[in-house]
Design a binder for this molecule. Sequence first.
Ligand code: NI
Length: 384
Amino acid sequence: MNELTIQPLLEEHFFWLHRHPEQSYFEHETTAYIKHALGKANIEILNTGLKTGLVALISAARKNGALVALRADIDALPVTEESGCDYASQNNGFMHACGHDFHTAALLGAALLLKQKQAELVNDVLLVFQPAEEVSGGAESVLATGALDKANVIFGLHVAPDYPCGTVALKSGGTFAAVSAFKITIKGKGGHAAMPQLCRDPVVAAAALIMAAQTIISRTSDPLDSVVLSFTHIEAGKTWNVIPETAFVEGTIRALGTKEAQSATKKLGAFCKAIELSHEIECNFDSWLDAPATNNDVELTRYAELTAGKLGLNVTAYKPTMAGEDFALYQEKIRGLFINFGVESASALHHPAFRANYKGLSDAARLLAELAFNFKEDKNARAA
Ligand code: NI
């Protein structure tokens, strides 16, 4: 099955997946669909105990190769589709607005291409269909199965709406941001709006914190590091003439380096202490690292560049994003590369009108298959 004959089948997979988006951790139909497609191709599915998602294996015919993992995420978002496409979501309130349908279809394609070449295959290839990328814990659940413990390398791919269809966009180092999340509860003393002197106003304290905290980015972060702080949720009070007891705010800090995100988050905690003192109020700060930054191996980036070139695909430099990706968790354990693949959508990822150009599906599949097929651990991945 070459590129020309695989494209209609991959479109069929893509349309089905797009019509049937499922929430993170509830990708039951999607998992069954993937199992069926792999089963038809006689590809072995490993017994990992995953409730949704799966790991499959194509064993090398020859010995002494590497263990290569290819990863796709399979979950959708709680977004009501407005793309206007004729294969729109049939699961109201959910949509593949982040292209995970494309990733899944492309990995199914790579699986078929590798299966066809199994007799010449030197590397064992693990096919990782990961659940729950859009919420916490998806990558961890796959890593916890131990299926990837011996993997030498991992490749993943994400659709990129602002690149031409089929363009392979690459960057070594940080490409997706480290994502830190925080929640702050401010406890004051409520009372009459007319008598603030008898109260400890949590609304004013929250407002002061929100305004002052932006100086963490503008005054304490290195201007050459990319760091962003967004407060995204505020709640306090119920009416116009009562000062409430408490205020709640939450948000996110992101940076292209995990260290930078953690450092800015720590400073926000210190700002909370200052607000406590200056407003004579209690300020409880809670934060956690939702995902580290993706960190692309330099040699693997070069390897992908050469491989894509060999396949006749356009290669360009990728401009990093402050969005997060739990692919980074694999990269903490396994040498890895996260590739961005152009699907030229007028609407951004996570937008209800997002629409991936699926004409590049077979190219994405060929790229993944080729990367897995030619990878050579002992030559620093310079096989292409
Ligand atoms: Ni995504």
